[in-house]
Design a protein around this ligand. Structure first.
Ligand code: GLU
Length: 484
């Protein structure tokens, strides 16, 4: 049997990390098995589905490297097939039209609630006589189509993650609606649990791998497979992603969509790596930093945990920094340029290329996210960086003005290199008769406006290449002199 899996997102929001993680597991399994990964867009909720969400989902999956082999297929384009299958169940007597009004259904629920029972449809329209039907139609009632569920059935499957799962027919809420209300001689819009099954049969899906939140749909869907005369696929329900409080990660937890993670400067490789670890443990001896291809070689559901996976920002940050620290400088520069540009920093991506690469190499060891580069390198891009209070206080210390003046004077006749930079610092030390540490700290304050930041001499060289170092030293001298 060839392995065929699918990811079936609903375009009612941007690509969510939970859906993306389900896509990762499907992709890994497909690649491990040499199978096929299918993309299906479940856009039957016409009110909430939007083309821009579909685009966001396609872009996000592509960015993460979760390439699909077939699709995207859109459910809204397949309504004829679904209606045909509803008709088939009606013809076989496995489904029927139910004419209950919303008020009647509500009354059933209220009565059940009053008796402390779980709400369920009591199947009262399962065996209407033709006369009863005719009377309801004459009243103008619009029927839904319900699929018969046998209360006595026990439904069991071997879940790839959870082992044996069993469910009782009577716990499924009574005969289920598979198509919305329509005129009595028509079929209304077929609903989620039904169309998923029709599609999974039609697309010959061998393994349905999806989030644990779908587990309650599976018994109903198994009954539909049987009714439609199809082989039941294997199911695997992957653990949910939880917030720190142990609840399902939701929009209220802030960043949850893949495009937000992307904007913040997580790399696709790091995010895919982290999402894989959210629920899957690599085999012993395998490094925690791996590509999707490497994970695919070792992937199996035996190593997928049953328990929910807590989202851990520290871990994600650590993984991202590992990727950023090891990226070739050309690639890192390509990734950073858009962040600098969107911060409004003026740069010429072609003319400044060598300078930008030196800068990327300088900050690479301190980057956790690409976005960090914006604040970290501000002193290199803006003309008037300003001085923090700590920097200004440093500049006002005794001897600092003298040291900086000596460096500035020397600079005017010296070509700055790593070696001449050291000699100029030494000249400053001698001119002001202060410790080298004081000069270094003051020079940093003068050149960058702060006491912390990337390495001093390479920063100075970069500023020098753009002729910003002398004006900065002059500004700093004005601050230093203001104290005397
Ligand atoms: N469309 C469903 C969702 O976005 C997925 C359905 C499934 O995987 O069976 O949650």
């Amino acid at each position: 049997m060839s392995v065929r899996v699918r990811i079936a997102p609903s375009p009612t929001g941007n690509l969510h990390i939970g859906t993306a993680r389900t896509a990762v597991f499907n992709w890994l399994f497909a690649r491990h098995q040499g199978g096929t990964f299918v993309l299906r867009i479940e856009d039957t909720d016409l009110e909430r589905s939007r083309p821009e969400y579909t685009q966001n989902i396609l872009d996000g999956l592509t960015w993460l490297g979760l390439t699909w082999d077939e699709g995207p297929t859109f459910q809204t384009k397949r309504m004829d097939l679904y209606r045909q299958k509803v008709q088939q169940l009606l013809d076989q007597g496995l489904a029927y039209r139910a004419y209950d009004t919303p008020e009647e259904l509500n009354a059933i629920r209220e009565a059940q609630k009053a008796q402390g029972q779980a709400p369920r449809y009591d199947n009262r329209h399962r065996d209407l006589t033709p006369e009863q039907e005719a009377a309801y139609i004459a009243e103008g009632r619009k029927p839904v189509i319900r699929f018969k569920i046998d209360d006595e059935r026990e439904i069991a499957w071997q879940d790839l993650v959870r082992g044996t799962v069993t469910w009782k027919g009577r716990d499924l809420g009574g005969d289920m609606v598979i198509a919305r209300a329509a005129d009595a001689d028509d079929i209304g819009q077929p609903l989620y649990n039904f169309v998923v099954v029709v599609d999974d049969i039609d697309m010959q899906i061998s393994h349905v791998i999806r989030g644990e939140d779908h587990i309650g749909n599976t018994p109903k869907q198994i009954l539909l497979y049987e009714a439609l005369g199809a082989t039941v696929p294997q199911f695997g329900h992957t653990p949910l992603i939880l917030n720190q409080a142990g609840a399902k990660l939701s929009k209220r937890d802030g960043v949850t969509s893949i495009s937000d993670f992307q904007k913040m400067g997580y790399t696709a490789e790091a995010l895919a790596n982290y999402m894989t670890l959210l629920g899957w443990s690599p085999p012993e001896g395998m490094n925690e930093i791996f590509s999707l291809e490497e994970a695919a070689q070792h992937f199996s559901f035996e190593r997928v945990n049953k328990a929910g996976a807590k989202f851990d920002w520290d871990k994600l940050n650590w993984i991202n920094s590992q990727y950023l620290h090891h990226l070739p400088v050309e690639q890192l520069t390509d990734l950073l340029i858009p962040y600098w540009q969107s911060a409004g920093y003026e740069l010429d991506p072609v003319g400044d290329r060598a300078w930008l690469e030196q800068l990327s190499a300088l900050i690479a060891p301190s980057l956790v996210r690409l976005e960090d580069a914006v604040a970290m390198t501000r002193y290199l891009f803006v003309a008037d960086v300003g001085f923090t209070d700590a920097a200004a206080n440093q500049l006002k210390l005794p001897g600092v003005g003298t040291a900086l003046q000596s460096i500035l004077t020397g600079l005017k006749t010296t070509e700055l290199t790593p070696d001449t930079a050291q000699s100029l610092i030494q000249q400053g030390v001698e001119a002001a008769k202060v410790k080298k540490g004081v000069v270094m700290k003051s020079l940093r304050a003068a050149l960058t406006g702060d006491l912390q930041g990337p390495e001093l001499v390479p920063s100075w060289l970069l500023l020098n290449q753009h002729q910003i170092d002398q004006p900065r030293l002059r500004q700093a001298l004005a601050v230093a002199e203001s104290s005397s």
